[in-house]
Design a protein around this ligand. Structure first.
Ligand SMILES: C[S@@+](CC[C@H](N)C(=O)[O-])C[C@H]1O[C@@H](n2cnc3c(N)ncnc32)[C@H](O)[C@@H]1O
Length: 217
């Protein structure tokens, strides 16, 4: 089956901006304290569950994957952009990074102790989110955790430049409650919500959701 055109646009755009992305986006240590707290809480939750790998889906250059690994999590990264994965492998040779799409992570049923989707789902058209979140549910082990973080709002953006370079991706900002509802529809239980005003490295409102796959279906 032919790849949806939005995935090709995301891949080409992030291949183009990858080096600039690393230069312009501050590393996890410089994130706002609440976002770091959510990452720390997620790490603690997945460490406390059965020891299973944790997928950072849309890992970009791997800095948040490495941050999680530093918190004692068996994290690996997946990204659509080969250039991003090349940078991640170069920066963190001890970690596993794979080119792939979070719409079809290539992971077995119930295989993951956790999934991180960190500022990586906003390029996915809302009509495609139910299928993607169903994949999150399928691949998480019962009792496994999801941490989702991203911009929130109610907008469809078509930028022509990003990180100082030409891009062709589109962005879809959704109200936090809508994303939470889609995760619940996929069978996950949302356990925490955080919504933040613009500030620090985020020029837009942004938020986090923690969710869990129930032990019993
Ligand atoms: C804004 S960057 C965030 C990267 C990383 N999570 C971070 O916080 O540094 C978005 C990343 O998501 C990736 N991405 C977007 N849609 C994807 C998909 N369907 N599958 C895999 N990666 C995707 C892009 O290639 C890009 O590297």
């Amino acid at each position: 089956m032919a790849e949806p055109s939005y995935l090709s646009a995301v891949r080409a755009s992030y291949d183009t901006v990858a080096v600039e992305y690393v230069a312009r986006v501050p590393p996890p240590d410089a994130m706002d304290p609440l976002s770091r707290a959510m990452l720390a809480a997620f790490a603690e939750l997945v460490r406390a569950a059965a020891p299973r790998p944790v997928a950072d889906l849309g890992c970009g250059p791997g800095r948040v994957t490495a941050y999680l690994a530093g918190l004692g999590v068996a994290a690996f990264g997946v990204d659509l952009s080969p250039k991003m994965i090349e940078l991640a492998r170069h920066a963190y040779p001890d970690l596993r990074f794979t080119v792939g799409s979070m719409t079809a992570p290539g992971t077995g049923d119930d295989a993951l102790g956790g999934i991180l989707a960190w500022y990586s789902t906003h390029h996915t058209p809302p009509r495609c989110l139910p299928a993607m979140f169903a994949e999150f549910h399928r691949t998480l082990a019962p009792g496994g955790h999801l941490l989702w973080g991203d911009y929130v709002g109610d907008a469809h953006l078509r930028p022509t430049r990003g990180y100082g370079r030409p891009v062709s991706y589109e962005s879809y900002l959704l109200p936090l409650d809508r994303t939470a509802g889609l995760l619940e529809q996929a069978g996950l239980v949302v356990t925490a919500r955080l919504e933040q005003e613009p500030g620090g490295m985020a020029r837009r409102p942004h938020g986090c959701l923690l969710a869990r796959k129930p032990e019993q279906p």
